[in-house]
Design a binder for this molecule. Structure first.
Ligand SMILES: Cc1ncc(COP(=O)(O)O)c(C=O)c1O
Length: 398
């Protein structure tokens, strides 16, 4: 029998499959209501429009769609990415854009281009598991900064910058954060930029949910407030068009992007040309803002259904939660318990799935009394039923 372990690289030995993916395996049962994933609503996917567009591209431009492309992306798709980013003032004179196979790849390759083993990355604690795992694969040391109801705590961020040597980058999801659903207000963003300037670190701003506001006022992106070219901005079409098309982008100073482009060439040569052409044509032919508007309305309604059901079914006074102004997640904290696992197990018995907070933590082994809920993917009826069952589980355990 082979000893497979001994062949693993040291840096991958400690890595475990994501607990979320494990849970998805247990969720194969179609009776399970998932409040666990991060899928956008599929009701509005423009399948018919995209099928016509794909057919036309393949009929009229088969070589263009099927031949190798350039690493930086199809020019029309780069223009689409820039037009989305210009709406939030995330493009400065001289900036470059690279089309990425999802924002995930942008985050991964940005990290690969900047981080040596042992370099420190400051992250919101909790944060997006995909990014945390990317940072871990490059053997970065993660420094977690606690979150307030309106994003990262700025005093804690300053302490982290003051008390740690070797910090190279701060990773943040300032708008409708995953997993907490919180948004950093302008004053905090200004201080964030000042601190990054003072301590001379790179900011990786991840903004896949920024377009999905259903309440309140827009807040300027960190990229728009940056005057020194230290923000690399990651955007995505996953939550505004389709995650399966795998279209994301990064925008920033050419000095940063030049190296990232070389790494992308090594990694996957380029993002599939067909989906790039499809997206560009979709944006030319249809009004994507109208499509996004429908999504925003839907998410606002679904969020309201979830919040109302939580008020009704959760044990009074025992669970605290965030109330997001957009995006697809909210975050709950239970009093009276240290670890949420018994609630998750009880909920699964009742066929409803949630994600325990430990998955998003810098220290994944520490117990967590928190959990994340998603309201974008289930129907309003399923959301109500799911929260009802989760309420029963909470009542039984707490
Ligand atoms: C905060 C955050 N960043 C990035 C991504 C990845 O997006 P993409 O599908 O563009 O790779 C996600 C997806 O869930 C996310 O929540």
């Amino acid at each position: 029998m082979m000893n497979y372990e001994k062949f693993y690289a040291d840096r991958v030995k400690p890595m475990k499959g994501s607990a979320i993916r494990e849970m998805f395996k247990r969720m194969a049962d179609p009776a399970i209501i998932s409040l666990a994933g991060g899928n956008p609503a599929s009701e509005l996917f423009p399948g018919e429009e995209l099928s016509k567009i794909a057919g036309k591209i393949l009929m009229t431009n088969p070589v263009g769609a099927l031949q190798y492309g350039t690493t930086d992306g199809v020019p029309a798709m780069k223009e689409c990415a820039l037009s989305r980013a210009r709406k939030v003032n995330a493009v400065k004179d001289g900036d470059q854009v690279l089309i990425m196979t999802g924002a995930n790849q942008g985050i991964d390759l940005t990290t690969k281009s900047l981080i040596n083993k042992g370099d420190k990355i400051i992250v919101e604690n909790p944060s997006f598991i995909g990014s945390l795992n990317a940072f871990r694969t490059y053997e970065a040391e993660l420094v977690g900064v606690d979150m307030d109801d309106d994003g990262m705590n700025m005093d804690a961020l300053e302490d982290a910058l003051k008390n740690n040597t070797g910090v190279k980058m701060i990773y943040t999801i300032p708008t409708f954060q995953n997993p907490t659903g919180t948004t950093m207000p302008l004053e905090k963003r200004k201080r964030f930029i000042e601190l990054a300037n003072k301590y001379d670190v790179v900011i990786l701003e991840d903004n896949p949910y920024g377009d999905l506001r259903f309440r309140g006022e827009e807040v300027p992106t960190l990229k728009s407030l940056d005057t020194e070219g230290r923000v690399i901005y990651a955007g995505s079409f996953s939550k505004i068009l389709s995650p399966g098309m795998r279209l994301g982008y990064i925008i920033g100073a050419p000095e940063f992007l030049e190296k990232i482009e070389i790494l992308k060439q090594v990694n996957d040569v380029h993002t599939p040309v067909l989906t790039q052409l499809m997206c560009a044509e979709f944006m030319k032919k249809y009004d994507i803002d109208k499509y996004i508007e429908k999504n925003r309305e839907l998410y606002g309604k679904k969020c309201a259904v979830m919040l109302e059901a939580m008020e009704k079914y959760f044990p009074a006074g025992k669970v605290k939660w965030t109330v997001p102004d957009g995006g697809i997640f909210l975050w709950c904290e239970c009093s009276g318990i240290e670890d949420i696992t018994p609630v998750m197990d009880k909920a699964l018995e009742k066929k409803v799935a949630i994600v325990p907070g430990s998955n998003f933590a810098v220290d994944m082994s520490a117990p967590s009394n928190k959990f994340r809920l998603n309201y974008s993917s289930a129907t309003p009826e399923k959301l109500e039923e799911g929260i009802k069952r989760l309420g029963e589980a909470l009542n039984e355990v707490l």
